[in-house]
Design a protein around this ligand. Sequence first.
Ligand code: SF4
Ligand code: SF4
Ligand code: SF4
Length: 330
Amino acid sequence: MAKRIKLAIGLGSTCSGCDIAILDLNEKILSLVALADIVFWPTAMDFKLSDLEQMQNNDIDVTLYHGTIRTSENEHIAHLLRERSKVMIAFGSCACFGGIPGLCNLTNKKEILETVYKETPSTVNPEFTTPKTKIAQDGHDLTLPELFNDARALPQIIDVDYYLPGCPPVVELIEKLVPIIANFLEKGELPPKGTVIASDKTLCEQCPLTKENKMISRIFRPHEIIPDPKRCLLEQGILCLGPATRGGCGARCINARMPCRGCMGPTAEAKDQGAKMVSAIASILGVENEKDLSEGDVEKLMSQIKDPVGTFYRFSLPVALVNRRVKEGG
Ligand code: SF4
Ligand code: SF4
Ligand code: SF4
């Protein structure tokens, strides 16, 4: 029987869209299955945490890990998978950069629990009962997962070998794993540590729309304008994160006439995606008599950008240079 690798697909706090993305390989999944035995994939099969605990270190050849680190259980599994795996790949934007769940760093655990267990209109919880982290069972204390105050990306917890970004990663990038795994299996060779399985170019460099280096004087939300389908969306005033986002997704949102929201994360050069985008906007946002603007005029201009943090750091807040809002008592 041909030699095969042992593959695990592990998870943290996830929507499991990344699992679906793997299944979206359709018949191409057979090329992956031909190379690998799946030894852990709790979303798809009946694997338990105890299966992982019983394995020896380095028993798994390659782990694809998706999801953000939000709980003590996520952290425990991430450490365990790292110990059990020769190669660890952060799979999807949640694992690579914290992803959309990372926006919870704008609030804190106390406020989240209050909203969910007290303040929503449908909640009746006069004693403000919240999930316990310890219960007694069969005479023993059982420790349950605890929600952390912050969301963290996988590399902020464990050593990560490779990154495959996207929310979820596109099939064309997931397919690139097949030759990498085949090379590892046949020759024991791997790409340089830290390789991002995507493009080193920005999305703008791969975008099919035409850029004319035009300035803009106002920002439109996508529903406020019918854009020219051939021209750069940003140059038509629609916030498109292409200048600050790594390419490799095939410009799938642009091809659907929607601006890029930045799911492939920061470019190879710019580590802070939001800061890079703010600088890109500053260079394109211009008005006549700019130097005569009052502070109020500037504020009015900037107020056209709704939810700046959620827009510029939608997928990467936990790995940003300033990565959380601190609140008194939180
Ligand atoms: S990267 Fe996107 S698809 Fe994957 S788990 Fe996170 S939110 Fe879901
Ligand atoms: S800003 Fe957006 S629409 Fe414009 S070139 Fe870049 S990716 Fe394309
Ligand atoms: S266009 Fe932007 S948001 Fe859309 S898939 Fe590509 S990187 Fe993600």
